[in-house]
Design a protein around this ligand. Structure first.
Ligand code: NAD
Length: 339
């Protein structure tokens, strides 16, 4: 039986990246029955909303989705479709692994981090308003015991299942005593239930400095929503940039796989950006489906193409203007050949 999977191409560079990823996943021999669903800026005119109901219905039915990035207007306009999907389906855990792939130009070799970001609350509840228009505005940040407990538990379960040694809770509890204070208190309580995994905590600003200087000291990081968003991009930068950073959003019996990066709109339609992040998100999906061997083959093929360094996009060349860089689909072709 083929796997029925919701496929959301997204907008900007999303459709090109999803097309490349779909070809790679199909080349593994695993059979898919894609349920293609449109969302994002490009469907606003037709549906009057960037997130038509059938998209969420499809994910609820199929229980697994592969998603391209979707643009969110800055400052004004519609709210983030990406955040709306995570909230509507209660996809509370955002996992963003950041591991060095040999051949990618980086400052530190052998970085291997897993960023676990709370996905449903914090500042992303999006309750904000003008207090005095153009003069003062207010945003509300919610942290609950329930959401903190389940995200920290997810981090420890992930650590246990993947042979990890350390979980670090990252916060700003020195300043945000009520909200991050609660997150840290709950993290310490949950940590007590996992004596086999080491636990510590760090204030976020200090952690950022330490990650840049000594990333090897860290393993699994668990963070409230906004801090997780920022630190996961920092972690992506450590291993070569957003072009190689995959992601997954997990809920109870549901999962949506998508790269960390956004729609990179300035490169739309140029066959330029790196498909690795989306392809590795596809590999995370194969693991979730139990197709471990196919997932490993995809990861190995990506690693082989990057190690060879010939058929890679501009961002993986030491000199970004290297005329030898190939396009999105060409890199996918090389990965398929390596499979
Ligand atoms: P972005 O991640 O789209 O791009 C930032 C820069 O990172 C790009 O200019 C490019 O230099 C690099 N980059 C990103 N993806 C790459 C790839 N695959 N290969 C090579 N380089 C890559 O971030 P942004 O410009 O801040 O956001 C653009 C839009 O995407 C915004 O509307 C934002 O809201 C949205 N966004 C969506 C998601 C999502 O869909 N989950 C996530 C983040 C941002």
């Amino acid at each position: 039986m083929p796997y029925r999977v919701t496929l959301i191409p997204g907008d900007g560079t999303g459709p090109e990246l999803i097309a490349a990823t779909r070809r790679v996943l199909e080349a593994t021999g695993v059979a898919f029955d894609w349920d293609v669903q449109e969302a994002g800026a490009d469907v606003m005119d037709r549906y009057g909303t960037p997130l038509p109901d059938p998209v969420l219905d499809s994910i609820r039915t199929n229980k697994v989705a592969l998603k391209g990035p979707i643009t969110t207007p800055i400052g004004t306009g519609f709210r983030s479709v990406n955040v709306a999907i995570r909230k509507a389906l209660d996809l509370y855990a955002n996992l963003r692994p950041a591991r060095t792939i040999p051949g990618v130009p980086v400052c530190h070799q052998h970085v291997d981090l897993a960023v676990v970001r709370e996905n449903t609350e914090g500042l992303y509840i999006g309750i904000e308003h003008d207090v005095i228009p153009n003069e003062a505005a207010e945003s509300i940040r919610i942290i609950t015991r329930r959401a903190s407990e389940r995200i920290v538990r997810f981090a420890f379960e992930y650590a246990r299942a993947n042979g990890r040694r350390l979980v670090t809770a990252v916060h700003k509890a020195n300043i945000l005593k009520a909200t991050d204070g609660l997150f840290l208190k709950v993290a310490r309580e949950v940590a007590g239930q996992y004596p086999d995994i080491e636990f510590n905590d760090r204030i976020v600003d200090n952690l950022c400095m330490q990650l840049v200087q000594r990333p090897y000291e860290y393993d699994v990081l668990v963070l409230p929503n906004l801090l997780g968003d920022i630190v996961s991009d920092l972690a992506s930068g450590l291993v070569g940039g957003l072009g190689v950073a995959p992601g997954a959003n997990y809920g109870a019996g549901l999962a949506v796989f998508e790269p960390v990066h956004g729609s990179a709109p300035k490169y739309t339609g140029m066959n330029k950006v790196n498909p690795t992040a989306t392809i590795l998100s596809g590999a995370l999906m194969l693991r979730y489906l139990g197709e471990i061997e196919a997932a490993q083959r995809v990861q190995n093929a990506v690693a082989a193409v990057i190690a060879e360094g010939k058929h890679v996009t501009y961002d993986l060349k030491p000199n970004r203007d290297d005329p030898g860089a190939v396009g999105t689909q060409d890199m996918a072709d090389a990965i398929i050949a390596a499979l």
